[in-house]
Design a protein around this ligand. Sequence first.
Ligand code: URA
Length: 218
Amino acid sequence: MDFVKFMAEVEGFWGIEDYFVEAQGKTLGGDKSARLNLLMQDALSCQACSLYKTRNRLVFGEGSADADLMFIGEAPGADEDRQGRPFVGRAGQLLTRLIDKMGFDRADVYIANVLKCRPPGNRNPLPSEIFACRHFLLEQIDIIRPRVICTLGKFATELLLERKIGIKSARGRVFDFKGIKVVPTFHPAYLLRNPRDKILVWEDAKTILRILGKEINE
Ligand code: URA
């Protein structure tokens, strides 16, 4: 094991701020993929909450390190936990269709979650788990620096906006996170139960496309 990996494991084990790993990341400069990789090594050995004990695979996130658009969901479900990839189950298929309708490939955008490990039985993330895991997501955002972040559901929205705000009052509006536009919308799992609200999600997608100056194909 190389030294960086070893330090990532030590820092992950103690659940402490990853000073060493972050410093290594800074020396990597603009190499975003390498920095994401390093961060993933850190996440792989994280034991800051108990979810590492019950998960099968870490679901770190995937897509382009240079993405203009980033989607942030809640936490891996059973399919994601099995495959180690975000949004690959039924809700994921819906998200993939939306990405496609927006004129992107999944590989053009970046997809991540608030939690990197699956909560057992797909229960909601606990505040303590969100607190323990949030620095990974914040660092992913810091590395990628997308132009727009689309938060899917209340957990991602409330994490970035740093306040309690239901998704129903947040969606339809554009917020700011460190100079990045945040467009909240409904989580695809909610859409599976409430398909009539797909039209509102498409409205939010069009807002994103307008911000990015991209063509809208109805
Ligand atoms: N739901 C999420 O929030 N994230 C996933 O990756 C899959 C389902």
